[in-house]
Ligand binder design. Sequence first.
Ligand code: ZN
Ligand code: MN
Length: 496
Amino acid sequence: MDYTVVIGLEVHVQLQTQSKIFCGCSAAYNPTQPNVQTCPVCLGLPGALPVMNRQAFELALKTALALNCEIASYTKWDRKQYYYPDLPKGYQISQYDCPFSKDGWLEIEMNAETGETRRIGIIRAHLEEDAGKNMHDESGGKTDSQVDLNRAGTPLLEIVSQPDLRSAAEARRYLEELRLLLTYLNVSDCNMQEGSLRCDANVNLHIHQDGKNIPTPIVEIKNLNSFRNVELAITCEIERQFEDWKATGRRLGDVPKETRGFDAQRGVTVGQRGKEEASDYRYFPDPDLAPVTVADELIEQLRSDLCEFPADRRKRLAVTWQLSDYDVRVIVDQGREFADYFEAAAQACGDGKQACNWLTQDILRELNERRLTIAQFPIRAEVLANLLGRIPARQITNKSAREVFLELLNDGGAGPITSSRIDEIIAARGLALVADTGALEQVITAVIDKNPKAVADFRGGKQAAVGALIGQVMREAKGADAQVVRELIIKALQSG
Ligand code: ZN
Ligand code: MN
């Protein structure tokens, strides 16, 4: 017996605005001073009136355009009624039957080797306000709960995918690509630890039996807060549903839709409250907010201001710099600033492959070890390019360049690192390639004289014997190019 996995993701992303969506309070993340970013509007006090934040709406439009959505020319706000202590009005302002956008898609790469891609449908994207945060402190036998409303009213974009995803790994891939796109667009910082990007997964199976597809009950796994947990939770839920099917034979419609949470420690999904049906929310249009009409000119202006998308950038970098699919994925997936850094360095030194190797190996390693972003990295692209340019120019070896690179990093804090610092390090460490082959030839002659056995071995046909001689020459003539040394030794041995 086998089955098809059916997954749709609902992603809530906090838009990067200065102020909240319906009032002037700061929307900054501030967990340490609860309830300081509040006012009568976001506290839900009687008589307070909301006013739409135009920037939030434009960021949402921009995202919907990048997701290839249709933009509605008319949209409105609805009240979604439910009671919870972190929702002081007793309702959330959201969008119900007239979302501002629908019917889009996001292309994801399914197979890194073949480059096979697939379009994942987007049912809709709508705007709403976030709720506050309840804090349940159970330490030391405490039983009280507290609420922080700093987050109440921050703008959220909800992006609902079609149930087009067919495995836990695909769901993860979709979420990663979506997050990358959102950060390239600069509409959200997408910080998952701070809750700027949250994901719910709707999962069920279509069991193949006797030529039929039997759907199992759909389960919504709530509040997945890392890529890893998205993948793990779905994997666990698939297994659980299959076991449940074998044990009970329950299918879609036999039980109400269930909401589950993910216990990452135990690696299981856990049942929560039954999901309210849409009618339980008693949606109705919010009488305090005017509907929004969206002018075609605004859409066209936003569309023309859109940045290059990650998928397009991968294609362009691969062609321009002759890089593999793997290389461009590593570069582009690090984020827009990293890709900008790469392009600046590649352009300045003229060698994309060389720049790519250094970025994806040396620089990524240093960033990880030092916990820095590329924007904080002390060596700027033009200085790196200056260093890299010295390798093909035969001023230093690749190995010496790495030594200089590490020394530049050790300078830390002594003001901006400039290319003249590279000259200083090369001079101080004697790394300059010995351009004067006369001096190098003297060293070689001395080494040959001191090693009659190796010389005899080489002349007797043992090519490998030359290695020992190269090593000795390199030790004495610091900074020499191993390739040049090799050629000169062989020449000396053959003529001697
Ligand atoms: Zn407020
Ligand atoms: Mn929502």
